[in-house]
Each structure stands twice: as structure tokens, then as C-alpha cells.
Design a protein around this ligand. Sequence first.
Ligand SMILES: Cc1ncc(COP(=O)(O)O)c(C=O)c1O
Length: 409
Amino acid sequence: MSEPFDPTDRPDGYINLAVAQNFLTVDAVQKRLLAGFASPQPASTAAYDNMKGSERLRTAMAAHMHRVLAKGDYRVKISADQLCISAGCGAILDNLFMCITEPGDAVLIPAPYYPAFDNDLRVRNGAVAVPVCGDDAVSLPTPTQLDEAVEKARADGRAVKAILLTNPSNPLGVIYGEESLLDAIIWALANDMHVVVDEVYASSVFGTTSVDERGEPVNPFVSVMVSETNLAAYEESAKTRLHVVYGLSKDFCASGYRVGVLRTRNEGVLRAMDNVAYFCTLPGPMQHAVADMLEDERWVDEFLAENARNLRAQHGALTAALADAGIPVVNAVAGMFAWIDLRAWMRESTWEEENRLWTRAFERAKVVMTPGRDCRHGVPGCFRLCFATVTMEALTTAVGRLKEMLAEH
Ligand SMILES: Cc1ncc(COP(=O)(O)O)c(C=O)c1O
């Protein structure tokens, strides 16, 4: 973005809070990746290898996903041959939806959701995202609401092939309750649909909603790979139709590294992914360095803990500034998002009015937010702020400017 904020050189510059990136702990990850590049590389890194990722990288990733996402649960089996590693979750989603949809098919997505999903589904596969709202912004749609969405899609002439869930949520920063997630998953499996769960924010958990018997904070995230062990009655369909997406863009402050993963037990999907993975495979030396980093479990644990502390501090500063400004915000525990509610400053509940507020924030406060409409939210007046790309000073300056702007409104 041109003319960015700088406390000394451009104190009235633009503050971009619309990009879901994390720079808070980037130095540590850069340093560790360089050490991986410097470690001796076998000649195979310069040759054609498995296009779904080298055996070493997939083994390291499977161990990481089991240890960190599934929290070492002995019931969960994640093996290298269930994984496809490509250049980012975007590429994984594109290829996966090529496997499970036909052009014109509908995919249900609980709203509000990550705005780029529409493009990810449509641009090469011609699949159509259908937003489905729950009772409120932070609730997943109930089976009845999902049934209604299917009826409507069918009336529009579309077959509904899948549901795409994101947990923890972008744009809300909440972790969905396991029960409501299971309701949605069982509903989809019972209706012969695929279920794709995007867990790209799985280890960016910085808060908690409860404490254990010793008073220790409980990490509220439960991977669907753990939930899947409670789906005995649906085991056969889960085996072929439940797919998990993960990646390093968010949890490792590394959106430029382009590391995305699919975990699926569907052998047909894996074969198809193997074919198209050729077009988006990670360079051999990069696979080597990433594997070296993931195998260093002690470093990974220390890094994730430090990153969570940084996210918590940044989120704390942002929510304190929002409270001072009287701006309501969803109570986030993961990711890098604040979902703010500016409905009290709307003259009427319309998308035009939301757009007017967004434009005023851009022009008057020089703050760039993501409008709720882009996230396919059901009600006008909410906005997403991403808090991990800028300094704490820029964050509090942004909220100070929004406060002034809203006071004039
Ligand atoms: C929920 C979600 N999925 C996927 C992506 C894309 O990730 P990647 O950088 O790995 O393509 C993003 C990026 O913001 C995201 O928020």
C-alpha cells in the first residue's frame, strides 16, 4: 500500500488492517528456516521427487499435525501417505475442489467467512460458494438452516457437493464448539456431501474460554482429526469424504513460504492430487528446509508459545483501545482478527451504509478494514480488523482515528 503509516516519517499515513498475515514472530522463523537451508542437502532436493511432497517432508508434517493439531491423541492416525503438500492452502483448496466438484456445483460455507474462498472455488473449478448464516455471527448454522440452504441451491438448479468449515474462524477469531461442528459434519456426511475443514489457524490460539481442575487455561481448539474418532457410525463416509486443510502461512508467520497441506484418507482424491500437485509443488531445497524446521520439535514448541504470547499482547492492546472507543468486538481466542460491530453508527441497516462507513474510515481515518459484506455476513455494519501485520502503536493509532471519525459521524 502506498503512503503507509510511520510514527516518525508519516504519522498521518494509511494503516492497513485488511490483510490476514502475521509478522509478529517472523524473525525467529526466518532464522530457523535459514539454518534448515544451511544444513547438508541430499542430491534428491535438486531432482524430481514425489510431487505431493518428499517422503521426509510429509513424514515431518504428519508428525507435526499429530503432535500439535491433534495434541498427540493416540487414537488419531496421521501418516505421510495421507498428505499432499503444495504451494499454499490456496493451491490445495483449488486442487481439492477440482476433485470433489463439477462446474456449477454449490459448496456451503458458514458465514461470515474468509473472502477469498469465493475465488478459490470459482476461478478454475466453476464451483459456487453459498454462504449460510447461523443464529448470530459466531454460531455455525444448524442442520435446519443447512437444509434450507440446500433447498434454495437446488431451486437455483445447483447440486450441493460439500461444506467448507474454517476452525478457528477467519474472520471471527473464535473456535467453534465441538458439538456444533460435529452437528454440521454429521449433517453433511449423512447427506452424502464432502466436508472440508480448514485448520490453518490451528496453532495460533492465544486465549482460552475455560480452565482445568488445576486452574490452568485450556486450549479450546479440537482438531476435526480428533473429532473424527467420535464418528464411529460415519467412519466409512468420513474416510472418503472428510478432508483437512492446514498450512504454515498463519501459524508460522510465513505466508510467503507457500506451504499448504491436505490430509485425506480418500485414495482416489490422493491420486488425483498427485497428478495436479506437479503444477504447484514446493521447490526441493524449500522442502528440505521446512522439514528440518518441523523436525526440530523443541524449536517448534518454543516458537508457537512465543507467537501465541505476541498475538495475545497485540490482541490485548487492540481490544483495550476498542473498549476505550466504545466499539463492540467479538471475544476472539485465536487467529489475528477482531470482528467489530459498528451498527450503532449506521444511519440505516443497508450495505450502502456499510460501504459509506468503510469509505469514511479509508478516506477520513486512513484505516483499511475488511467489510462484513466481503465476508458474506448476514447483517450490514461489521468489519474485520487484522492485528498482526502492524505494530502495536499503529494499531492503537488506527483505533484512535476510528474513534474520532465515529464521534463526528
Ligand atoms: C481460512 C484461510 N484459508 C486459506 C488461506 C490461504 O492460505 P495460503 O497462504 O496457505 O494460501 C487463508 C489466508 O488468509 C485463510 O485465511
